[in-house]
Write a protein that binds this ligand. Structure first.
Ligand code: NAD
Length: 525
């Protein structure tokens, strides 16, 4: 396993102006030990609360978020460069929505669940009880720092766990969560924040949390899984994507073009489920391209002097990190060298992170822009002729996070959605599965595994403990010692009379009764 070396203080910049906001340091081992000690102690308090009491705590966070929304959004924009509306819809609104749904869902999902007990175990009862795992380590990325730092933490808390969060070193939002938990009066030490880069992340894993919930790149996900495997720590990996969107020739062009533009450019394309590849049916390709290029050129792009307090200051925010701009540039260069054409956007003003929305045509699967995660405001377009070809192209990817299918023919959309090898599909929309907290979210293939949100979002942070209740009696079970020829024959009679195609209820009942009576006799001996 590769160990990363600490590099000293990490500067946190405002990506819009490039001014330094503050710096953070790696967290040293003694402090990490203290954090775990406090988490383990707090966990006992959390586990003793009923789920309804935990819900009350989480609602304090909702109230705090609503009361302080403008302040939270402003700090978020300063560290990510998002447009104000993107920050509001994809983080603040989503947080309120998820809390709203889980406040009702958690008591139902986490209640003891009775399950049937088969007739061969007559007289016994079975149930599942959901218990906390202990201390959960949450490692979020930089693209949705409030949402990704908060939502998995609250779901883990609802399931009775203590939580330690290590925010991304690019968008640590220093002090934001601490103030939120303190001022809202949330259970002390239930969710703690630890700053640093991957170095601190590795130190935190070495302290053996009971589960790791990671959201980030495929590269880091593999490293985390390797380290966690040494201690057999379970991991949920929410990794990258290369989302396709498939546009059939019967769509309403105006709506679809607007939807695809939003799906590709929201949060400046820095979403794991942004549209990264667009497949358009051949006979509408030129019309689609003309309309999307005309509309994209009219989008207002982030600038260094934009007024971040104004919700209409720009449509497309800026890139959060410089290294991501370099990846976009590499992908565009590679595509152009291999024959693609850039119809708008394509390069940023030098020395800035304000990358304009970009449309590329004549793309193909020999190009990085169609095969590797670009994570920027770029929509590469490729033609297809048949449904089969569209499915084949969309599935030709190491990733399998999400996708969208656009057509008036809902049966065709359903067929294509089923054929796509992804964790999520939106029909005639994009990224909207994430808008419904009742739906589980997660990927397949190199987009990771594990699901959060939906019922799975609570169960993933729980020990689903199976309990079978038998009575105290004199009866010796037929499968206990001693083993005899008679018992064996009776067991065989049960299998052939009860499980086989031609059931023989009389034989089954008499074999069962005989086995029971043998058990009783053995007890008497
Ligand atoms: P990243 O993998 O570089 O970093 C994510 C987090 O991991 C950061 O907090 C980082 O400090 C930490 N980290 C790095 N090395 C580590 C190590 N060895 N041990 C422990 N922690 C370590 O990802 P990123 O660049 O911050 O985020 C972008 C990626 O996240 C994209 O690939 C995007 O698709 C993905 N993403 C996925 C989802 C999803 O739900 N599937 C959501 C958002 C983003």
């Amino acid at each position: 396993m590769e160990t990363i070396t600490a590099t000293g203080a990490i500067d946190v910049l405002n990506p819009i102006t490039l001014e330094k906001l503050y710096e953070i340091e790696e967290t040293e081992q003694p402090k990490i030990n203290e954090v775990y000690k406090r988490a383990r102690a707090a966990q006992l308090t959390i586990a003793a609360l009923s789920v309804k009491q935990r819900v009350k705590e989480v609602l304090k966070i909702r109230d705090y978020v609503i009361d302080n929304r403008e302040k939270l959004i402003t700090q978020l924009i300063k560290e990510t460069g998002k447009s104000r509306t993107d920050a509001y819809t994809s983080e603040l609104f989503e947080i309120c929505d998820v809390i709203h749904v889980f406040a009702k869902k958690a008591p139902k999902v986490l209640a003891d669940q009775k399950v049937p007990t088969p007739i061969v175990l007559m007289g016994k009862k079975s149930k599942i009880i959901y218990q906390p795992l202990g201390t959960i380590l949450i490692i979020p990325p930089w693209n949705y720092p409030i949402y990704q730092g908060l939502i998995p933490s609250l779901l883990a808390f609802l399931a009775g766990n203590a939580v330690i969060v290590k925010p991304s070193e690019h968008t640590p939002l220093k002090g934001l969560f601490e103030e939120m938990y303190e001022k809202s009066g949330f259970v002390k030490d239930a969710i703690q924040i630890v700053y640093g880069s991957g170095v601190t992340g590795q130190r935190l894993i070495d302290k053996r949390p009971d589960k790791i919930h990671f959201t980030g790149s495929c590269r880091t996900g593999k490293k985390i899984m390797a380290q966690a495997s040494q201690y057999l720590i379970p991991v949920d990996l929410e990794l990258g994507g290369k989302d396709p969107s498939i546009i059939f020739d019967d769509v309403n062009m105006e709506r679809t073009v607007n939807g695809v533009m939003w799906g590709g450019f929201t949060t400046a394309g820095q979403s794991c489920t942004s549209i990264e590849r667009c497949y358009v049916q051949e006979n509408i390709h030129d019309q689609f391209v003309k309309m999307i290029v005309d509309k994209t050129k009219k989008l207002r792009v982030s600038t260094p002097d934009r007024n971040i307090e104004d919700p209409a200051d720009c449509d497309v925010g800026c890139m959060t990190t410089d290294f991501q701009c370099t990846i976009i540039e590499e992908h565009i260069k590679d595509a152009v060298e291999k024959g693609a054409k850039v119809l708008c956007g394509g390069s940023r003003p030098e020395g800035t992170r304000h990358f304009p929305p970009t449309i590329i045509v004549d793309a193909n699967h020999d190009m990085k822009i169609m095969t590797e995660e670009t994570f920027g405001p770029v929509i590469p377009i490729m033609k297809f002729t048949s449904e089969e070809e569209a499915i084949k192209l969309a599935n030709d990817s190491p990733y399998g996070l999400s996708a969208s299918v656009w057509s008036k023919d809902l049966q065709r959309c359903d067929r294509v959605a089923r054929a796509l090898v992804t964790g999520n599909v939106s029909i005639n929309n994009h990224m909207l599965t994430e808008g419904n907290p009742h739906l589980p979210f997660g990927g397949v293939k190199e987009s990771g595994f594990g699901r959060y949100k939906g019922d799975a979002g609570l169960l993933t942070f729980s020990n689903s403990k199976s309990v079978l209740v038998d009575k105290q009696s004199k009866l010796i079970e037929p499968h206990w010692y001693p083993f005899t020829k008679t018992k064996y024959q009776l067991l065989d009679d049960i299998v052939t009379s009860y499980f086989s195609k031609s059931k023989n209820w009389i034989k089954f009942a008499s074999s069962g009764l005989k086995l029971d009576s043998i058990g009783n006799k053995e007890q008497i001996k």
